[in-house]
Ligand binder design. Sequence first.
Ligand code: GDP
Ligand code: MG
Length: 370
Amino acid sequence: PEAITVQELAQRMAERGSDVIKALMRMGVMATITQSVDADTAELLVSEFGHRSRRVSESDVLIGMTGEEDAAETLVARPPVVTVMGHVDHGKTSLLDAIRKADVVSGEAGGITQHIGAYQVQLGSGQKITFIDTPGHAAFTEMRARGANVTDVVVLVVAANDGVMPQTVEAIAHAKAAGVPIIVAINKIDLPDANPQRVKTELLSHELVVEDMGGDVLAVEVSATKRTGLEKLEEAILLQAEVLDLRSNPARSAVGTVVEAKLDRGRGSVATVLVEKGTLKVGDIFVAGAEWGRVRALVNDRGQNVTEAGPAMPVEVVGLNGTPNAGDDLVVTEDEARAREIAEYRARKKREASSAIAARGSVEQMFSQI
Ligand code: GDP
Ligand code: MG
């Protein structure tokens, strides 16, 4: 069966690799940091460290770094997180802009919007949807490569006058590989040569069967430039979210994912974070990938300072000691010592990994010169 490496285990528990190896030895298991242990051993080890683990599948053990699994009664519905994908020029950016402009809240705030990598819209019903602001599958796959699965729903944009194209097919493959449901937005229906029926037929050959062809994939006809069909699209997203039953506990220390990070001249390292569970607050101490920090300020997608951010609400976090990567986790820790320790451990592992790659490179060079 599939297994988990000692290193991965240590990282998920935020424990030192050497401590994990020692604990394994006490259990009679000899393993180096790069070797794998089976799921049973991993579960035992996790309880040994006082963490709780959860079997995601027969082979994979997911460990909450901050201990306890949230009890069912603490879980509250949270907004869905949506990534827009599709072929170039089919209207991803236009659609994201149109949805954002139609938002009631940003309208009230005078339409001043900040591009922080993600934004949230509020519908008339009060329900919210979070959109990742960087369309395309590059960001999606990069995050996934880091083990981050922030996207709940993929909106696949297909231009009604162009139909299914190579990047449409790629996007379908990525969404399917991630196990994320797809909603099809058939865009540019305002064009005279728009042919939504052809799009639906073409999608059939990629195992995407839309509702009116007897399948269960939601498809909505929209025009990003004429701003039609946007409400229907939002309704479809909420419908899909309901099926997914997205819930998390807002009343705990925050765990989230970095969706974008940069070095800002005035503010230092700034990361846009989507909280998955818990509530991130000003003053919280956290580790983000191999960096750590203390939340000095939280800024929402309208450029306003806020004191806290709950599940699926995108915020810029100011107060980092370095710049993390998109896809890195953010976990609030009990104190600074812990945050430093985890960050240093991860930074050391990163250095070791890159020097190992460099060493391999030089060996390859050596041989290529012979
Ligand atoms: P992206 O590459 O998928 O992000 O596509 P863009 O949003 O940049 O759009 C590509 C082009 O298609 C632009 O010239 C848009 O103005 C145009 N476009 C986008 N949506 C629509 C639409 O609904 N109708 C029409 N007629 N043009 C659109
Ligand atoms: Mg674009």
